[in-house]
Design a protein around this ligand. Sequence first.
Ligand code: AMP
Length: 393
Amino acid sequence: MKKTIRDIDVSGKRVFVRVDYNVPMNAELKIMDDTRIVSTLPTINYLVEHGARVILCSHLGRPNGQVDPKLSLRPVLARLSKLMDRPISFAEDVTDKSTLEMVNSMHDGDILMLENIRFYKEEEKNTESFAKKLANLADIFVLEAFATAHRKHASTYGIAQYIPAVCGFLVEEELRMFDKVLTSPEHPFVAILGGAKVSDKLPVIENLLDKVDTILIGGGMAYTFIKAIGGNVGMSIVDNSKLDLAKEIYERAKEKGVKIILPIDNIGAKEFSEDAESKLFNSGFISDDYQGMDIGPKTIKTFKKEIKKAKTIVWNGPVGVYEYEKFKRGTNKIAKYVAKSKAISVIGGGDSVAAIQSLGYAKKVTHLSTGGGASLMLLQGKKLPCVEMIEDI
Ligand code: AMP
């Protein structure tokens, strides 16, 4: 268990809170979804109520170390100020001495937001001098940016070398949920894996083999497995460099008594496009001029049965090209069955979370992770470097 803001005295202290306010915005710079802002409110409110001087730091988009007015955090400042119904000050340039002056003139309970930290190339490079400069602004570091906790940047990792570091409530909850399902799951434990990047997902399967009862595999990654065991996948996406490993993992799962269920049927398309001509194929028999784009109805039925039996569910990755209307049926059905299930359900990965949210099921699942890359790393059995900087209780 890592130390949290509950475990230290924050009263009168300058507290640097690294949040992840990388929110989606439209061309008019309107925030399209403020979930990431709202999810940090319990931590900010706690700190304010306990007399801390709160310095909020985040990145937005990929400015690559350059100032880009379109990626300013000012719209986020306005939204947070509205949500909290109070003024929040703003520091334009963290490297300018005026920022330190602003910080040092803060009163207990005040809040200050820093401009987009990725306007400085030193952030992603995690240079020592930049990390020290950030640390100089504060007495305590709070990691609240779960979605960035796998990246060793100055404001997520470097700063924690110089001042005491603790978790915020959002990071605490993310760690608690992943720990719960990965170390003491109720059985049957069913993992649903999809998406396209086989190299990301194979380590997840390897890590889960000792924990789960069943793994349902869909999405583009399924075709590497199907090809590895001798099926014809046509033009489907395949990682040819992982065929041997996929076959080996498939065999290992059998030996361990873990059921790996691959698609039984697939919706194939003549090309990778929204309105491509499509056809249903049995797995292993996709014709040479088609590619698998979604799981078929028999697969959906089989996956449904397994999801219904589960007491613990982890889902990472869409089971088809859900961005296209024509190929989102499988992913939407899986989202529905997971939402209906009474199991403890943890959804990690941007796409599966987006699918659950777009269907209005967010409140029906146990935990929707705010971090794609970070949750993948935990599912792979790895530690998050920024979390490792925090002392254990
Ligand atoms: P990942 O980042 O590995 O979780 O992959 C997510 C992406 O996988 C999404 O953009 C999906 O469109 C894509 N995907 C899912 N199923 C397939 C498929 N059958 N063929 C190609 N891409 C797919």
